[in-house]
Design a protein around this ligand. Structure first.
Ligand SMILES: [Zn+2]
Length: 714
């Protein structure tokens, strides 16, 4: 028996007044009272990466005693562990060091999600910065976010952060730090933007006793005199930002009807971990047939980009588009937008206040130590008791690779119907956002070291489509977005595309079938490679060149995809049936069903059955039956359609002949279903466009099928 969630509550703290008062901090954390806010802004065009010149300086580490310490907070591991928390944190007992009225910069990071432990002024315009490790640990540095004031415009400043611990970094490959100027925000409505020149990431001389440290250095100019500016590793998204977002939902008379916000549990510091249940209200017992989709984010606090992806997802799914309606009609979404609020609040990079990486604790039963993880797993178990889970995905940010991609889980030898194969969903995603999402970067091997992660545990619990979505903290290597940074709108768009992919996956259109086809081809190719004993790897083709220390990226698939040369596809009856019903609300008057046979060697009975089925589909699609004679359909298109409807060409041919022989009117195809609600004008436009593919490419035929299935123009 799986314990139940907390009963729905009126969300204490989610009132317009005093919502931030409920942010709990570890008792020893000093927190300034200023409210830090940033405006939303998107740069007019994608911001380019930095191109290293090879001549960048590598300032050496200045040991204690050299330079002037101008900012210093408690070290993270002064206390051995978390004891208790208090609302708002501790009022600062003292100003931090510097106060002398000269032009020395004034630093501050004692605010939500801030991270900076120490600053040494090396010379007039040069500062050496040390990050605070995750609380109650002596490691994990990556995330930084701090305020600088007392600025001078146009002067050649240099900052060097000296205590990174990872040898590899996206700063080696063009990533630039983010800068926010309050004056620019106020005067020009400009928000976070990339900054920095002479950027260099390198091993420094600070290491002792085998420990190595790495520096990030960059030069820049402040845009205004006497300005207050901020620097960050990625676009901040705090716990308070989340609360504000949730308040807005709970106050919205429309959204609050299909988005229920509950308390999943409380974190160690007594911050609320929220869970959202999103689905359209249902009649009767229909609801249990809805499959569930589970999404989680911010288990790693420093991966702030995932909150922007989550925001994009929520904006879309809570919006009023037809697609969002369809998704809410068909699924129950369970969303935990911030798994590690404590870590987010205190500005950790990776850990919770237990000093542990929560994404290795999904097997743990230590409910008191890792509450959000325990309750998430428990919630998922409960969901599984009442409905199927179509997909689980935990959002992460990647600090060494570009692009967006997923890690999934795949059995070594078990053949699967391709539509259930964990590679199909990411393949779809790659088609939908080709300039950000990279299928070749995806990995599907289950590794021992990852056994405690959400995706592996959920997969072992029975969720086939169990993923970690990784979004580069930097940017893309693909298409038009090559060598540019991701901004918040890009990240939000990944959330939108995730919804689009879900829709294509569950209400298949031609894109879906093309992906199945492509996947099948890849598997065949892989099998061929395997049987020829070659040591290359088609599916994970760049894995052999990986030098990263991430074990995730060393996914050798050569032995894992023995799916056989013949893929048995089941399906489609169910899927296609749903297309007509669900793809668009408008298309309710169309329903067709296809019991599809599958292998490429059909018996007579199956062929007949297939013909009849196809016949029915076309009849239902185009009851008037004009135009197109299937007997004259060009071979490539015929071949394509037969492949994608899982019918052999002979069956299709026979069907055409049969219909002519039997004196039946020619079977018509490539017509969208008629819809009463559609104006004649629109109807004609669609018909006009739908006729195109008959003499055209496979791609256009795909579009044609898309019209059928969507019953609309897009
Ligand atoms: Zn992560």
């Amino acid at each position: 028996m799986v314990p139940h969630l907390h009963a729905p509550q009126n969300l204490p703290g989610l009132s317009s007044a005093g919502q931030l008062s409920l942010v709990h901090w570890p008792h020893q954390c000093e927190v300034i009272r200023d409210r830090i806010e940033h405006i939303d802004w998107t740069p007019p065009r994608p911001e380019p990466l930095y191109t290293p010149m090879g001549l960048e300086m590598k300032p050496s580490y200045q040991p204690a005693g050299e330079g002037t310490v101008i900012y210093l907070t408690e070290e993270a591991n002064k206390d051995s562990g978390f004891v208790y928390s208090q609302v708002r944190g501790l009022s600062p007992s003292k100003q931090i060091l510097h106060q002398n009225g000269d032009n020395t910069l004034i630093f501050e990071a004692r605010f939500e999600s801030g991270n900076l432990q120490k600053v040494v002024k090396v010379n007039e315009f040069e500062y050496q910065l040390t990050l605070r490790t995750d609380l109650y640990t002596s490691k994990y540095t990556q995330w930084y976010y701090f305020q600088v004031s007392n600025t001078q415009a146009g002067m050649p400043y240099r900052f060097t952060i000296v205590n990174f611990t990872k040898p590899d970094s996206l700063y080696k490959r063009g990533m630039r730090p983010l800068l926010y100027s309050e004056a620019d925000a106020k005067k020009h409505n400009v928000g976070w933007r990339r900054t920095g020149n002479e950027i260099k990431y390198y091993r420094n001389n600070a290491g002792q006793g085998g420990q190595q440290y790495f520096s990030l250095t960059w030069t820049f100019q402040f845009p205004h005199n006497r300005d207050t500016c901020y620097f960050a590793h990625c676009y901040p998204y705090t716990y308070s930002n989340l609360q504000e977002y949730l308040v807005a939902i709970s106050k919205d008379p429309v959204k609050s009807k299909f988005c229920k916000i509950h308390i999943l549990c409380h974190s160690l510091a007594r911050n609320i971990v929220y869970v959202l249940t999103i689905t359209n209200p249902h009649e009767g017992d229909k609801d249990t047939k809805r499959k569930a989709v589970i999404l989680t984010a911010r288990v790693h606090p420093g991966e702030t980009n995932t909150s922007w992806i989550m925001k994009g997802f929520l904006d879309y799914i809570l919006g009023n588009s037809g697609n969002a309606q369809v998704l809410r009609d068909n699924f129950v979404f369970k969303v935990v937008p911030m798994l590690n609020p404590d870590g987010v609040i205190v500005g950790n990079h990776r850990c919770s206040l237990a000093g542990q990486d929560l994404n290795r604790k999904y097997k743990s039963n230590l409910k008191e130590f890792y509450p959000s993880i325990w309750y998430t797993r428990n919630m998922i178990k409960r969901v599984m008791e009442e409905r199927d889970i179509l997909l689980y995905c935990d959002f992460h940010g990647h600090n060494r690779k570009k692009n967006v991609f997923v890690y999934g889980c795949e059995r070594k030898q078990q053949a699967k119907a391709p539509n259930l194969h964990p590679r199909v969903f990411p393949l779809l995603l790659s088609k939908i956002c080709p300039d950000k999402f990279s299928f070749p970067d995806c990995r599907f091997r289950v590794q021992k070291s990852k056994e405690g992660t959400g995706r592996v545990v959920m997969w072992k619990m029975g969720i086939s489509n169990s993923y970690t979505l990784e979004a580069s903290i930097c940017g893309s290597k693909l298409g038009q977005r090559r060598s540019t940074h991701f901004n918040t709108k890009d990240l939000e768009s990944v959330g939108h595309h995730f919804c689009d992919a879900l829709l294509d996956y569950c209400v298949p259109n031609m894109k879906y079938y093309l992906c199945l086809k492509e996947h099948e081809e890849m598997v065949k190719q892989q099998a061929k490679v395997n049987s020829e004993g070659l040591n290359s790897d088609v599916l994970d083709r760049d894995s052999s060149t990986q030098t990263s220390n991430s074990s995730d990226s060393c996914d050798l698939v050569a032995h894992q995809l023995k799916l056989g040369t013949k893929i048995k596809t089941k399906t489609s009856g169910e899927h296609i049936h749903r297309i007509a019903k669900d793809r668009s609300r408008e298309s309710k008057n169309v329903s067709f069903k296809m019991e599809v046979s599958t292998s490429t060697s059909l018996g007579q009975e199956q062929t007949t059955q297939g013909i009849e089925t196809l016949h029915k589909i076309f009849q239902e699609l185009d009851p008037v039956g004009r135009d197109l004679n299937w007997g004259t359909i060009p071979q490539p298109i015929e071949h394509f359609i037969s492949q994608n409807l899982f019918l052999p060409p002979t069956a299709l041919q026979e069907m055409c002949y049969a219909s002519e022989r039997g004196g039946v009117r020619p079977v018509s195809g490539c017509h969208p279903p008629k819809m009463e609600s559609r104006s004649r004008e629109k109807e004609e436009k669609i018909h006009h466009r739908v006729k195109l593919p008959i003499t055209a490419s496979v791609k256009q035929v795909g579009e044609c099928f898309r019209f059928w299935f969507s019953g609309s123009e897009n």
